[in-house]
Structures are given as structure tokens and as C-alpha cells.
Design a protein around this ligand. Sequence first.
Ligand code: BMA
Length: 339
Amino acid sequence: MSEIFHTRLQSGNNSYRELFKRHPSNPILTARDWPYPANSVFNPAVTMYEDKVLLLARVEDRRGFSHLTKAISQDGITGWQIDAQPTLAPEPEIYPEEAWGIEDPRITYIEELEQYAVTYTAYSHGGPLVSLALTKDFSTFEKLGPIMPPEDKDAALFPRRFGDKWVLIHRPIPASYGAAAHTGAHIWISQSTDLKYWGDHQILINARKGGWWDANKVGLSPPPLETPAGWLILYHGVRQTASGAIYRLGMALLDLENPFRVLRRSDEWVFGPTAPYEREGDVDDVVFPCGWLLDKTSGQVKMYYGAADTCIALATATLSDLLEYIKRCPEPKAEDYLM
Ligand code: BMA
């Protein structure tokens, strides 16, 4: 589709109101910016570290394997200082589940531990699974190993306990997925007393069915964002089409004290691939954020995302717009949650 035609599609008087605004210098980071050869840099986690924006990007090499490398910037847009070698590399000799690389990190600062928790996908010979590492400084990491067996991805921790339990959101894929259309890949939530052994699993956000944009497969995108109205969730829905999958984003709101309770869920997607760098790349039509930052002073939310599995882009929204939107969304119906 030509860019001119595309712009016309997006800018009519009858267009949808967009909550997120793309940064004009997108993509803000590509493989060309990297200090060593890389095929692609995408799907970054983000956190504030020593008053700077720290991205932990997925970097794919020409074998097809990924590792994680940090990039730090004062303004979160320019002047990135990128580690000259992988920051968190797969170590298959010690952690065999990292045989085919590590991918798609999410960062949660855990005040009780005074450490950052990094959940990531380890690509094992048995399929992708969820691993956890802790760090104080993003230079040395304590790997805790796999916390969910395959196939499981898209995991993030809440920053504090609820009662005595840590809580994790993640997305297992049932063995029957694909074979039987009635079994979708849903977002699950689980509890633990020690961050290592998890139980009390239940579905949190189900993949819808049929014609929905988020039919059959959904997954958490960035970690839950704490707001006065509840935990704000951004999740991806994967729609299969005749020309491949389209990754788009929807929102949900969880109860602040009981994150197992979904208060609201958007029917529509709020962000999808439309810019050329999102529409075309190693994997076309993908927007995939693994982190967002709330500036409590300005109320601005910065969403960092992988575009088309090739580069890193930034889009911003205001928290008040996001909350106003999600509060107007429907409450999920009980029948949506039949397991
Ligand atoms: C998902 C993950 C992401 C990737 C997306 C689109 O399953 O592997 O890393 O961005 O597919 O290819």
C-alpha cells in the first residue's frame, strides 16, 4: 500500500481517536545503531535506572538466536549508550533451556528485594519457556532458571506481594492449540511464595473466538502498570489472516488489591501496525511492546515496542486518556472465563 494512500486512510474526519502518538523520529533504534553486528533489535523491556531510561533489547544474530543488550539514554529518545557486548547472554552449558537463545524480556522493580526482576523467554529444545533473573545493576545477573515449563511466554511480575504471594502473569499454550479451534492461548495468572515455584493458576484474560481482532491467541505485553484506578494492562491479540498474523494491542484494568479480578477490557484494539516500519520487516505487521514508563509528574506514558521484529519504536499517551478510555470499556462477562 502506498504511503500517501495509507496516510489518507488514517487521517479522515471519520478516523478513530488514537490514544498513542508515534514519536516523529521512529524507529528510535535499529541494528545499524548497534556497536556490534546484529540482524535485528526489537521487543525491548524498559525501566528507569539511575534517572535514565534503560532498555533491555532483544538482539537477534545471524544464526537466528537472540540475547539481551542494554541501551541507556537520558531522554529515552536520543544519545543511546549501548553495551559493546551482550548484557544478558544465553548460557546453554549452565542453563540448557537457553539453547536457542533468550528473548522478549520484561522488567519489574521489586522494592522488597531492592532488585529488578527480568522475566524472559528461554528458547529450549523443548520449546519456549519462562525464565527469571534478578539484578541490582544490569551488569551482573542472578539467573533463577525456568519458572514455567514450555510452551509459555509473555510473563511479567507484579512489583509487590498480595498477602504473602508474588503474582505472575504469563501465557501458556495448550497442547491442543491449533489442532482444536476451541482451545485458545489465553493469558494466565499464578502465585508463589518464593518466586521460583508457582501454583494456583487461572485464566486472567481469554482469547476471544471467531472474528475478533484478539481471537485464539493473546499475551501480556508490558508489565502491569499501577494506577489509582487499578493495574493497567496492555496485551497483544494475534489475528490470523490469509497473508499472515497481525499483532495488535488492547487494554484491560485489574483490581488494585486483587489482580485476579478483571474490571474492564477493551473490545477494540488501541494500537496496531500502520507505519511503514511496523508493516514491513522480518515479520510484517507486528507491534510488540515489552515495557512502558509512567512519568508521574507529567502523566505521560512512554511505550517502547518492537516493530516488525526488526527495530525499536516509541509511542506516547497520557495516563488520563488511557484511564478515561478503559473506564468506559465493558466489564468482562462471566461466560468469557469458562475454562
Ligand atoms: C511472538 C514472539 C515475539 C515476536 C512475535 C512476532 O511469538 O516470538 O518475539 O515479536 O511473535 O513475530
